[in-house]
Design a protein around this ligand. Sequence first.
Ligand code: FAD
Length: 389
Amino acid sequence: MIRVDVAVVGGGMVGAALAALLADGGLEVAVIEAHPPRPPAAELDLRVSAIAPASRELLAVLGTWPTLAADACAYTAMEVWDATGRGRTRFDAAEAGVAELGHIVENRAIQHALWQRLEGRANLQRLCPAQVAGLLIARDTAQLELDDGRLVEAALVVGADGARSQIRAWAGLENVGWGYGQKTIVGNLRTSDPHQATCWQRFLPSGPVAFLPLADGRCSLAWHATTAYADHLLGLDDAAFRAELEVASGGALGAIVEVGPRGAFPLRLQHALHYVRPRVALVGDAAHAIHPLAGQGVNLGFRDVRALTEVLLDAVAQDADPGDVDLLRRYERERQPDNGAMLLAMDAFKRGFGTTAAALRWARNLGLDAADRSGPLKRAVMRRAMGLG
Ligand SMILES: Cc1cc2nc3c(=O)[nH]c(=O)nc-3n(C[C@H](O)[C@H](O)[C@H](O)COP(=O)(O)OP(=O)(O)OC[C@H]3O[C@@H](n4cnc5c(N)ncnc54)[C@H](O)[C@@H]3O)c2cc1C
């Protein structure tokens, strides 16, 4: 039997960051991950994230930012416009008084850097590859059963096991949400015009198409489209896909010169009605899954990590039980409204841009133009997106 203070189920970006912070704080930690994290390779992976300054700060505190910075691409502007009207707005780092709005970083590079940070520590056990097969919650402890027969006993189990969290289900933490009937197509591509360290996003009735700048001069594509249209796009060969993308992007960066392999992810909004119960807490996508059009998912997850760490380290300093639900509710009270507000804002944004009704089209174009002209509003939106609000 392995006995720890906190067992983190899922060593993705969020779970690995949490395990590292808790171990730094002196807790006995185990992190259980089904798949060994892959190191970055010569060719960029399809999954990248827009990392907000607040998240970069967390990665810096964890000592991983110097490694990640080498291949990260800082972006200094974000340009958003409506394909069906004249509304257009541009967010500039200079206007917000910061050097950059964020960085585009490979997901696997973040996870791998954090995972390495967990290596060789006396108070942290990495159990990988190992899958959690069951959870038993008793009065004083929670027990995890792994698929290899090992048992892990902890004062607190944290579900960092992603959107399809089994910890959430086993703990009976109810989850609400809906599918968007959309998929996001991702891939790396080269355009004839330079990306200018800018994130470009053009809203179409079928969903937005975004180009995110990469350090090697290419762009990462995030094309959110209705499921039927996405499936059609995924069936196209490179030449046909490039042609259709050129039209969808309105030629924002000229021609699509080269496109690599594509992948796709179905989109859902999900929110757990409670993040905690005695001996269990949820973080990251296990607690909330958001439409990726504004690149907020892992950034919210890292905010959960900060908040839960603070609560747990406070508790331990006062000799309190880290699995005590009254204590864990402090974490829930801090994070649930913040995540809920962002989830609903992105949902409204997605719906507002998805409509073809003339009155709403007119209103959103007016809104984009007004946002572009209103300095304080723009600054407030930027600060919120950067995790500084
Ligand atoms: C197309 C797309 C683009 C996105 N872009 C952005 C962006 O630009 N910026 C941003 O902030 N967010 C973005 N997101 C969201 C972001 O990817 C997620 O919020 C983030 O990956 C969630 O991390 P996580 O660690 O909570 O969960 P996950 O990444 O899902 O990790 C969960 C981990 O748990 C492990 N696991 C699961 N079950 C078990 C088990 N039973 N036993 C052991 N291990 C288990 C899994 O193997 C996995 O490693 C995007 C999402 C999509 C789909």
